[in-house]
Design a protein. Structure first.
Length: 638
């Protein structure tokens, strides 16, 4: 029943999109687009319901769930496959489209030709996106395909995906990607209509800014959760490895950061109009490209769990149509540019955006070059870690310096004092840390940025006598978080250590100031797996604190697969991290990691997210205030 209903709803969504395009010049076009969106949302809800009740007559449920799996992982299984993940993408697209249509400045006003034109372009663009993704899902990636029989039990879910961080990581990251459909649509409308004649352009841009801020907030949360999952689950003690999938998630984030810095200035002064339009389109295209590369199976990655190479060509066609259409608009439509002198911070934004885009190009090259080489010469190659150390990391250091310089009012004396202090602190830390030129520059830039933000906090709050303005506070938190992230990542890379343990119960080894002893090996049963547990006691000789770590090997009953479960104990200054490799009779093979400043990495992510959240709330309140002013103005005029 779920399978039949799901297919019927998908067909209705496709037909509604087609008719909405045809009737886009009438009021029925908007209603039919709403219907298409609601059908797509309901179809995903149906799929989730099928997972919850374990309807194994649906092939997707059979392949990615089981009756003994916890409820949260049953729900997460609905987007663990290629089909389910693309349907989740369409569901989130439909939700954002509905919100955008409701908040659009021409949602209920059709007073003139321009309003009608904006409304029609909105319906056509959004309906085409709904139609392309909906058709792709129904004809090539249908998650409601029905089996000819109903199995009593499913095949379960990849054990590595049975983690709370990864259960919520894809929806949040996808939400960040999808939010940029609004800046994309607004940019296309501005390019299609002469801006000199559009009296609602500023309102459209404000709406685009709101969704762009939602997008960068969700993307930052999603990437952070993915990094946290990789650190805990992949068993190598790392939070980032410049893996292709990690780089793909970072590419739209970099362009989104650049857009975040320009769109506010565009709204206020119409400066950077081409920057804002280009970045809006590029960010959305990178979101689609990332989904295509990850889900098509073209790239091989430790993070790839749902792929379908034979359907990748259809995703490439969708991407090509959207890319060629939007880039064609950028190339052939001319806008009236207002030439005004740039302020100090505005120059910094332009220079910073250039370096963000250089970093984006470096990551794109690392992702696409191996793919092109494989398709062209049938050679499998990988990009070495050192490529990023000598290309991407220096660009990040430069942007950190730029953030420190251009975030505060121009004052050469303060700059020199702060920079000298940053150099002095770096030199003092070199007593304990062996630096390279790149790592020393990273530490210096990070300290410089953090000190600049502290000075800005003091001056903007009149030395804590008042609260700084919301915009200033958002910038202080975001930039200070960036500085802390660069600082903690650099120290983590320089100071981390690891050792391999091979021994029996009561055997000991040393790692730095730590004495590591295997105390016990035991077995137990979990909800849907068997557990093999090794208990390590780690004695810190400098503080005499004992840390107990219990890494596990888990054998999942339904999936018939073995998975490692690391155990981590976090201190403020470092993490102790243990991974159980295997047990040969009574001999244990394990790895013990010392990972410094990991807690500060997660703290920096929280600080950055807090700054972005304040920025979003400030934007929402400003938008609400503008709507109230408009309403008051219309009332007075009436």
């Amino acid at each position: 029943m779920i399978s039949i209903l799901g297919n019927l709803i998908q067909i209705l969504a496709i037909l509604s999109s087609v008719i909405a395009i045809i009737l886009s010049h009438t009021i029925y076009g908007r209603r039919l687009l709403y219907l298409s969106c609601f059908c797509s949302i309901f179809s995903f809800i149906l799929l989730v319901y099928g997972f919850i009740i374990s309807d194994f007559s649906i092939q997707n449920v059979f392949l990615n769930s089981s009756t003994i799996k916890p409820l949260v992982y049953k729900i997460a299984g609905s987007w663990a496959s290629h089909e389910g993940s693309i349907l989740l993408w369409l569901c989130l697209l439909s939700i954002i489209n509905c919100i955008y249509l409701y908040l659009s400045p021409v949602a209920f006003l059709f007073n003139n030709h321009i309003d009608h034109l904006i409304n029609r372009y909105q319906i056509i663009i959004l309906s085409l996106l709904q139609l392309m993704f909906g058709s792709f899902i129904y004809f090539t990636s249908n998650p409601f395909h029905k089996l000819s029989f109903t199995p009593a039990e499913g095949l379960g879910l990849n054990p590595m995906l049975q983690d709370i961080a990864l259960a919520i990581h894809p929806p949040i990251l996808y939400l960040g990607y999808i939010c940029y459909v609004v800046p994309f649509t607004v940019s296309c409308i501005i390019l299609l209509i002469n801006t000199d004649e559009v009296n609602r352009i500023s309102k459209l841009l404000k709406l685009a800014k709101t969704f762009a801020h939602c997008g960068i907030l969700a993307m930052t949360c999603g990437i952070s959760l993915g990094s946290w999952w990789a650190y805990r689950e992949l068993g190598w003690g790392g939070f980032w490895f410049f893996d292709p999938v990690e780089n793909i998630s970072l590419m739209p984030w970099l362009s989104a950061i650049a857009l975040h810095h320009t769109i506010s200035i565009t709204i206020i002064s119409r400066k950077f109009i081409y920057w804002s339009l280009n970045l809006s389109i590029i960010t959305y295209l990178l979101s689609i490209l990332g989904t295509f590369l990850v889900r098509s199976g073209i790239i091989v990655s430790i993070h790839s769990f749902a792929s379908s190479p034979e359907r990748g060509i259809y995703m490439l066609i969708i991407f090509s149509v959207i890319a060629l259409s939007s880039i064609g608009l950028l190339a052939f439509r001319q806008l009236t540019i207002i030439n005004r002198p740039l302020m100090f911070k505005e120059r910094g934004i332009i220079i910073g955006n250039i370096f963000w885009l250089i970093g984006l190009l470096i990551l794109a090259t690392s992702v696409l070059y191996p793919v092109v080489r494989h398709l062209w010469r049938n050679e499998l190659i990988s990009v070495e870690y050192q490529y990023f150390i000598h290309s991407f990391i220096p660009v990040t250091i430069i942007t950190t310096f730029l953030a420190a310089i251009f975030s505060v009012p121009k004052n050469c004396r303060k700059y020199i004092v702060t920079l000298v202090l940053a150099v002095l602190l770096t030199c003092i830390s070199s007593i304990k840390v062996s630096y390279t030129i790149i790592s020393a520059s990273a530490v210096m830039a990070a300290i410089f940025l953090i000190l600049q933000m502290l000075i800005l906090l003091l001056t903007s709050s009149n030395y804590f006598k008042r609260m700084p303005p919301e915009k200033t506070m958002a910038m202080i938190l975001s930039h200070a978080g960036l500085g802390l992230l660069v600082l903690s990542c650099t120290f983590n890379g320089l100071l981390q250590r690891e050792t391999e343990f091979i021994g029996k119960v009561d055997d000991t080894i040393d790692l730095m100031q730590f004495n590591i002893q295997l105390k016990d090996i035991r077995f137990a049963k979990g909800v849907n797996y068997y557990r093999q547990i090794a208990e390590f006691w780690i004695d810190d000789n400098s503080t005499h604190k004992i840390t107990i770590l219990k890494p596990e090997n888990r054998f999942y009953i339904i999936e018939q697969s073995l998975s490692q479960e690391s155990d981590i104990f976090s201190y403020i200054t470092h993490d102790l991290y243990a991974v159980l490799s295997r047990v040969d009779e009574d001999v244990v093979h394990a790895k013990i990691y010392y990972r410094p400043f990991i807690s500060l990495i997660w703290l920096s992510a929280i600080i950055i997210v807090s700054g972005l959240l304040i920025s979003l709330l400030n934007t929402l309140f400003c938008s609400q205030s503008d709507r109230q002013k408009d309403k008051h103005g219309k009332t007075v005029e009436a």
